[in-house]
Design a protein around this ligand. Structure first.
Ligand code: ATP
Ligand code: MG
Length: 457
């Protein structure tokens, strides 16, 4: 079994080093943070088994770090270090979910004993979290990373309006959930939300499905039919997988959006409609416009309010919250008592690359809940097999080595250049995001751009 991991958050460098050495010598793996900002960054990226936290930190109160840690990881064993005469703070910390507190000065053996005991306990500390959590939710959308926070602000602004929204994101990133949330938060909430999936309907039938048809309009039209546009009158029409529409259908959609009126197939009379349109796609529409397979005018008509949903692998820090959310949902649906998720299971979840995004993640957590019915908590062994394979590294092109050898430096530069160009392309030229994709600091990234003379996008 791997050593239990502990994050020590303490600004006094001597004390911090002493604690780290003592823990390392006693069978723990200690990581250190000197301030609140550093501690929170570390917590976003790793599910430590335990936390040792000084309440006095230079940049923020240790209590904030503690609350953040407990919201993310209800199973983390947090031990608070306080100065003399701060018992009231220590009591507050225990109420928020810390397992114990130590008043300075204390014996190192006391700390290791407290940690060992609390790590051996299977029970969950009861923590009142509803207050803390609500701030980070927008209905059923879970997310606290910065892109999700920006998304919530956008949703708050645009939901009450009638503007067309274009939601882009990989499969399973929550496009439909976001579309429904916009509708639910709009004045149209009591009116219909009608979905039309352009990829699920054969091309020949799509027009009649969208606009309706009269009896006898074409072979097989034995009765007249109301189209999705009409059904969505006064409400919201959600056009999913909009990139799958054929060019002729795109032309008809554009016309309907411009005129705000539609005609049933086989009928010349048109109907005025009051509709809010939300479209979604998992392809890069701009690219399709460039390739000529998506109409540019339709793109601009749809892209009034663009919403980009990040893939789960780019917001790993949300994984603990999402795991709790789905575990709770699954336990409730199966009528079993909610149980905690082991930190080791969270580490496995955070290391995986999630090609299927949140949908796949939700299935994995559901699977784990079902597999751990007889266990006190949800452990790593309950997770589906595929999740145990850590993040697959980006495919590195095979370089053949000819007899005369290669120029190492130029081959490596070429590879760096290729990676950078691909990331810039993926982020539409946004250097900050591209640097993030490569896990490089912005300055290193800019350095490389210059050194490799990559054209600034
Ligand atoms: N931020 C989130 N918080 C909680 N649940 C989420 C979140 N995002 C997505 N989900 C859930 O994940 C599942 C997939 O979401 P959704 O169907 O909206 O994805 P999608 O982008 O439309 O996928 P596709 O491209 O395959 O159609 C749903 O069960 C949804 O409720
Ligand atoms: Mg969808």
């Amino acid at each position: 079994m791997a050593l239990p991991t502990v994050l020590i958050v303490e600004d006094d460098v001597d004390l911090r080093e002493t604690l780290a050495q003592s823990l390392d010598a006693n069978g723990f793996a200690a990581a250190q943070a000197a301030d609140a900002g550093d501690a929170i960054d570390r917590l976003k990226n790793y599910a430590y088994d335990a936390l040792i936290i000084d309440l006095h930190l230079p940049d923020a109160s240790g209590m904030e770090v503690l609350c953040d840690a407990i919201v993310r990881y209800p199973r983390i064993r947090a031990v608070v270090i306080t100065g003399f005469g701060e018992v009231a703070d220590a009591v507050t910390a225990m109420k928020r979910g810390a397992v114990d507190f130590l008043t300075k000065p204390f014996e190192l053996s006391q700390l290791t004993r407290v940690l060992r005991q609390s790590l051996a306990e299977k029970a969950v500390p009861p923590v009142e979290q509803s207050q803390v959590k609500r701030r980070f939710r927008f209905d059923d959308i879970i997310g606290r990373d910065s892109t999700m926070q920006r998304l919530f602000s956008t949703l708050e602004l645009v939901s009450p309006m009638n503007s067309t929204v274009l939601i882009q994101g990989e499969t399973g990133t929550g496009k439909e959930l976001v579309a429904r949330t916009i509708h639910d938060n709009s004045p149209r909430t009591d009116q219909p939300f009608v979905a039309f999936n352009a990829a699920a309907i054969p091309e020949g039938l799509a027009e009649a499905e969208l606009f309706g048809h009269v009896k006898g309009a074409f072979t097989g039209a034995i009765a007249s039919r109301t189209g999705r546009f009409e059904l969505a009158h006064k409400g919201t029409l959600f056009i999913d997988e909009v990139s799958s529409m054929s060019l002729p259908l795109q032309a008809k959609l554009l016309r309907a959006l411009q005129e705000r009126e539609v005609e049933r197939v086989g009928e010349s009379r048109s109907m005025k409609l009051d509709i809010r349109v939300i479209a979604a796609t998992n392809s890069d529409l701009r690219k399709l416009v460039k390739d000529g397979s998506f109409r540019e005018d339709l793109f601009y008509r749809l892209n009034v309010i663009p919403v980009q949903l990040p893939p789960l692998r780019e917001r790993r820090e949300d994984i603990p919250l999402l795991a709790q959310h789905f575990a709770k949902k699954s336990c409730r649906e199966n009528g079993v008592a909610l149980k905690p998720i082991a930190q080791e299971a969270l580490r496995v979840l955070m290391a995986y690359h999630w090609p299927g995004n949140i949908r796949q993640f939700e299935n994995a957590v559901e699977h784990a809940v079902a597999m751990s019915l007889t266990q006190p908590d949800i452990g790593p062994e309950a997770l589906p097999e595929e999740v145990h394979h850590p993040t697959s590294a980006p495919a590195i092109p095979a370089v053949t080595i000819p007899d005369e050898g290669i120029n190492f430096t130029s081959v490596v530069s070429e590879l760096e250049r290729d990676l950078i160009m691909r990331c810039l392309e993926k982020t539409g030229g946004n250097k900050r995001q591209a640097a993030r994709l490569l896990n490089l600091s912005r300055t290193t990234f800019i350095d490389k751009l210059q050194r490799l003379s990559v054209p600034a996008a």
